[in-house]
Design a protein around this ligand. Structure first.
Ligand code: KIV
Length: 264
């Protein structure tokens, strides 16, 4: 069994050039399947889309995040877990702390993640000073989708790239132990990774950062509606599952299942 990461070992990974593998999970079953390979499991609010079938991440509640985090921690008790703080749960530092404490008290997660850069630095710092381990998230921010009118790749022009660098530096200074950088031009993400001392975990940010994160239902090819450019489907999970269930139906219809070996 792998040794469970801590925020210190995650920070140290950067110096030892050990690349970190993060994957989302939303339940105990998948978390237990991922635990041998994943350094970090993210209970992402993406579960609102790929698990709950909603159009974006915005209407998931803190209680739902806590429910799913408990399941994940049960399935992968020896893996470092990050829980996404949902939209609207960290609008002020006081609200953020109250909600982060609720998360810590109601599930055994190792840390929380909040979206935002310079604008969230004060909140992150307040959380860290009060004993909360915070993972940052800059670049394309899924919780801003309605405000921005879509998912926009960031860092495309000089001003955007400079803002992202300021965001990363502010989030690091505020005390985040690592930063997810999403949907950012590769050269900008590379510069960010070279400019800060905590690991940069990329998603759609090229391969010169300190680790990668993917949404599990995307990388297993289970989510069919839309595949972002940055996703690699390691298996065609949807076809595998559909074929298996179709085969099951055929065998039920023809009475070829159950057989003798499945019968008491
Ligand atoms: O919610 C999520 O799964 C995430 C990843 C896209 C990083 O935040």
């Amino acid at each position: 069994m792998n040794k469970k990461h801590t925020i210190s070992s995650i920070k140290k990974a950067k110096n030892s050039q050990e690349l970190l593998t993060m994957i989302t999970a939303y339940d105990a079953l998948f978390a237990s399947l991922f635990q041998d390979s994943a350094d970090i499991i993210l209970v992402g609010d993406s579960l609102n889309m790929s698990f709950a079938g909603q159009k974006d991440t915005l209407n998931i509640s803190l209680d739902q995040m806590i429910y799913h985090t408990n399941a994940v921690c049960k399935g992968a008790p020896n893996t470092f877990v990050i829980t996404d703080m949902p939209f609207g749960t960290y609008i002020t530092k006081e609200v953020a702390l109250q909600n982060a404490i609720k998360v810590y008290q109601e599930c055994p997660t190792d840390s929380i993640k909040i979206e935002g850069g310079e604008d969230k630095a004060e909140i992150i710092n307040y959380l860290v000073k009060n004993g909360i381990a915070v993972c940052g998230h800059i670049g394309l921010l899924p919780q801003s989708v309605r405000g921005e009118g879509g998912y926009k790749v960031k860092g495309k022009d000089e001003d955007g790239a400079e803002q992202l660098l300021r965001d990363a530096i502010a989030v690091e200074r505020a005390g985040a132990f690592c930063i997810v950088v999403e949907g950012v031009k590769a050269e900008v993400a590379t510069k960010i990774a070279q400019s800060i001392s905590v690991p940069v975990i990329g998603i759609g940010a090229g391969n010169c950062v300190d680790g990668q994160v993917l949404v599990f239902s995307d990388m297993l090819g289970l989510f069919e509606e839309f595949t972002p450019k940055f996703v690699k489907k390691y298996i065609d999970g949807a076809t595998i599952v559909k074929n298996a269930v179709s085969e099951y139906k055929k065998e039920v219809s023809s009475r070829s299942f159950p057989q003798e070996i499945h019968t008491y």
